[in-house]
Design a protein around this ligand. Structure first.
Ligand code: PHE
Length: 347
């Protein structure tokens, strides 16, 4: 006959054992294994029931109660252990997967437009504000549009002003956006007010010249157009690009397709016109060629020069960019060196 006191000792010992062993557990899986070893049918607690038959019948109910109490307690104990383990595991997972949002990220700098594009866009903005429309010509032209129609026939000495890349006896890489003037006048009736930006090509190569560069042609044809209109428009343009104090002056020059022809200077924006190294002590900087469209050019395009007159100008975009941003070698605009390009951003 088993003594109830003894059995209660066993029960207490099991309880103590559970307490001790669970104290060292590290994860929920271990809790589960241990729980099974005590609470499964064949587990240590279940096995206690085997003693039932040895207990005095009058004490069996009491014994049964004691075992059940142990079972309830163990279940509760394992469950709360399990909960605790899972909480720790989830916490550990959070720690592992935590993203430190305060950590500085890799800086990504925003790109910016190329200086030549910036100037080109600025010029388009300014002149379209005055009502100019864009007409883009083609980079390959035939001799007629690039020269002959512009009053520069085959043997004309002015052809030497521009060393030309010939693709064939008849086709050239255009040397000037002026070629676009002819296309526009052939196809449209005055009033005409166009701006023609684009690449041009000349066999020329030094610090301020490149075999490929960009120009912006302007052409206005209407009744009563004069050099005064030209100067008025160019005044607005240079003030917007180089600053409000900048003044312009027209100097006589020669182009076969304009008569009179002028070279347009702006007052030096470095010294304000007093004279410095930048303007070679003249106080002025040359920025573009222009003039009143030659009667012969109007005639070549079927525009009556006795009714209409026109003005034209050609701006070198790289030249404006170089002056504006203080670049002294045109190659810097084509080398794509980010250290240079990153410094030039008007936005
Ligand atoms: N086409 C001339 C050049 O390339 C510039 C120009 C354009 C001059 C229009 C007068 C009128 O040098």
């Amino acid at each position: 006959m088993a003594n109830l006191e003894e059995l209660r000792g066993k029960i207490a010992a099991i309880r103590e054992e559970i307490r001790k062993e669970t104290a060292n557990l590290q994860d929920s899986k271990a809790v589960y294994e241990l729980k099974k070893s005590f609470l499964d049918k064949s587990g240590r607690i279940g096995q206690l029931m085997r003693y039932m038959k040895d207990v005095d019948p009058s004490q069996r109910a009491e014994f049964g109660k004691n075992v059940n109490a142990l079972k309830d307690w163990a279940l509760e104990h394992f469950n709360s252990m399990d909960e605790e383990m899972r909480r720790r595991e989830v916490q550990a997972q959070y720690e592992r997967e935590k993203i430190d949002i305060t950590m500085p990220s890799h800086r990504r700098t925003a790109g910016n437009l190329h200086p030549v594009t910036q100037v080109r866009n600025q010029l388009i903005d300014i002149f379209s504000g005055m009502g100019f429309e864009i007409f883009e010509g083609t980079e390959v032209e035939n001799d007629y549009y690039n020269f002959t129609a512009l009053n520069t026939p085959k043997d004309h000495p002015a052809r030497d002003m521009q060393d030309t890349f010939y693709l064939s006896p008849d086709f050239v890489l255009r040397t000037q956006t002026s070629a676009a003037q002819i296309h526009v006048m052939e196809n449209e009736k005055p009033p005409i007010k166009i701006l023609s930006p684009g690449k041009v090509f000349r066999s020329d190569d030094d610090a301020t010249h490149s075999p490929m560069f960009s120009q912006m042609e302007g052409l206005v044809v209407d009744k009563g157009i004069t050099l005064g209109d030209l100067q008025g428009m160019l005044d607005v343009f240079v003030k917007k690009v180089f600053g409000d104090e900048t003044r312009t002056r027209l100097r006589p020059s020669f182009f076969p397709f304009t008569e009179p022809s002028v070279e347009v200077d702006v007052s030096c924006f470095e010294c304000g016109g007093k004279g410095c190294n930048f303007c070679k002590h003249t106080g002025w900087i040359e920025i573009l060629g222009a003039g009143i469209v030659n009667r012969k050019v109007l005639e070549n395009c079927g525009v009556d020069p006795d009714v209409y007159s026109g003005l034209a100008f050609g701006i070198g975009i790289e030249r404006v960019a170089m002056l504006k941003y203080g670049i002294n070698n045109i190659k810097q605009l084509f080398e794509s060196d980010l250290r240079v390009l990153e410094q030039i951003n008007d936005k």
